[in-house]
Design a protein around this ligand. Structure first.
Ligand code: NAD
Length: 413
């Protein structure tokens, strides 16, 4: 078992104990409804045939159709996908989106594949998982190394095999084939709403707030854009190649332009270089890890100087680090709450596709804010009532809703 799955199960076990979850439901949630492994034979550009491996993991579908991203990565493992599918169940339940958790992917390195090879892998993978996906069954979405184009090919493959157009089969599509306005920035905007809620309780203001963002990709850069516009000071950012620091603040537009021209932040004027590890330990008000999992660990949690941590990435904090940060009274706003904006607007996209009726961006963002604010207040209230950290409170709320649904539906047959 790898780290990510071990972490997900450790968290589930601890929260189940905390909330005195009946053992049968705890065991049900430790298991997975369905796991499909598929072979994906592809004709490569040099005319050889190569067989890739793909997966679709469905964790728990008690509250609705399964929902979760598709990841393309050379080191992808089934255990990673199990952990991510489980987290999707908690996330959907917590924010009141009527879906169950899923995740899928293909072991491949998109950087070494031509566009044609990538398209053939995507289409054959979609065909292979067709028996278990569907508009009312399981709705894939983009994740690491997959994007709007991959979603378009998935939607087209499913539609051609169905004999009619099925926009609701995936989310994260381009607008002109049924995508939703506001989807691109939804995760980042949701994180900004979360930061606003978190600082409100600490009597801090956005103006002049010092923020460090690890990973300035889709999520991190959207957070940076909105916070810079709101008068925060983005003091450090990074990519996989390293980061930059300026305690006086960085201009979002200028660093993005520089990154697009140079492919890294290295030597951006009037900044100090920082490694991804040292960036986490910089003095700041809010730290947003928005890159990979397992970044804040038992080793560096003692050295963190941030007043609040808001998890943009999935699983950036290990259970040991969580314990240390709780003891140090540094609140960690957990991923299943902080980065839920993406799945919330994915749900809105699916609702719009099913109804064939599309909303304006203000409506999407307003509804997103309502769900994010309501979820935050619920988690905060429970954490205060029970004297627990925000992750335990968030998971307890999420798991209780699924447990209640399992109880009321009963056991078939
Ligand atoms: P992305 O690929 O657009 O950006 C990731 C960023 O992290 C890039 O700047 C990359 O250079 C950097 N990075 C990669 N490896 C790194 C490393 N080892 N150390 C430091 N930086 C590194 O990805 P994204 O869509 O922004 O997703 C980031 C995280 O947010 C992931 O954990 C993802 O699962 C999570 N997430 C994304 C969404 C979404 O809507 N995109 C929703 C929920 C959660």
């Amino acid at each position: 078992m790898n780290n990510a799955l071990q972490t997900a199960l450790t968290q589930l076990d601890a929260v189940s104990k905390f909330m005195k979850l009946p053992d049968d439901i705890h065991q049900t949630l430790r298991n997975f409804d369905r796991i499909l492994t598929v072979a994906i034979p592809i004709r490569m550009d040099n005319d050889s045939i190569r067989v890739f491996t793909g997966f679709r993991v469905q964790h728990n579908g008690t509250r609705g159709p399964y929902k979760g991203g598709v990841r393309y990565h050379p080191e992808l493992t089934l255990d990673d996908l199990k952990a991510l599918a489980m987290e999707m169940s908690w996330k959907c339940s917590l924010v009141g989106v009527p879906f169950g958790g899923a995740k899928g992917g293909v072991i491949c390195n998109p950087k070494e594949l031509s566009r044609g090879e990538l398209e053939r892998i995507t289409r054959r993978y979609t065909y292979a998982i067709m028996p278990i996906i569907g508009i009312e069954k399981d709705i894939p979405a983009p994740d690491v190394n997959t994007n709007e184009q991959i979603m378009s090919w998935m939607m087209d493959t499913y539609s051609m095999n169905s004999g009619y157009c099925t926009p609701g089969i995936v989310t994260g599509k381009p607008i002109n084939i049924g995508g939703s306005l506001g989807r691109t920035d939804a995760t980042g905007l949701g994180i900004v709403f979360t930061i606003e809620n978190a600082i409100k309780h600490k009597k801090m203001a956005l103006k002049g707030l010092r923020v460090v963002i690890q990973g300035y990709g889709n999520v991190g850069s959207a957070v940076g854009k909105f916070l810079d516009e709101s008068g925060c000071k983005i003091v450090a950012v990074s990519s996989s190649k390293g980061g930059i620091y300026n305690p006086k603040g960085l201009n979002h537009t200028a660093i993005m332009k520089y990154y697009q021209e140079h492919g890294s932040f290295d030597r951006f004027p009037k900044t100090e270089p920082v490694t991804n590890a040292s960036l986490l330990e910089l003095p700041c008000d809010v730290l947003v890890p928005a890159a990979m999992g397992n970044q804040i660990t038992g080793e560096n949690a003692y050295k963190i100087k941030a007043k609040i941590i808001v998890e943009g990435a999935n699983g950036p904090t290990t259970p040991e680090a969580d314990q240390i940060l709780t003891n140090r009274k540094i609140p960690v706003i957990p991923d299943i709450l902080a980065n839920a904006g993406g799945v919330i607007v994915s749900y809105f996209e699916w609702v719009q596709d099913v109804q064939s009726y599309f909303w304006c961006e203000n409506e999407v963002n307003g509804r997103l804010k309502n769900l994010m604010d309501r979820s935050y207040e619920e988690v905060y209230a429970l954490s205060k009532e029970k004297g627990t950290n925000m992750r335990t409170a968030a998971m307890a709320i999420a798991i209780k809703k699924i447990a209640d649904a399992i109880s009321v539906r009963g056991l078939y047959p």
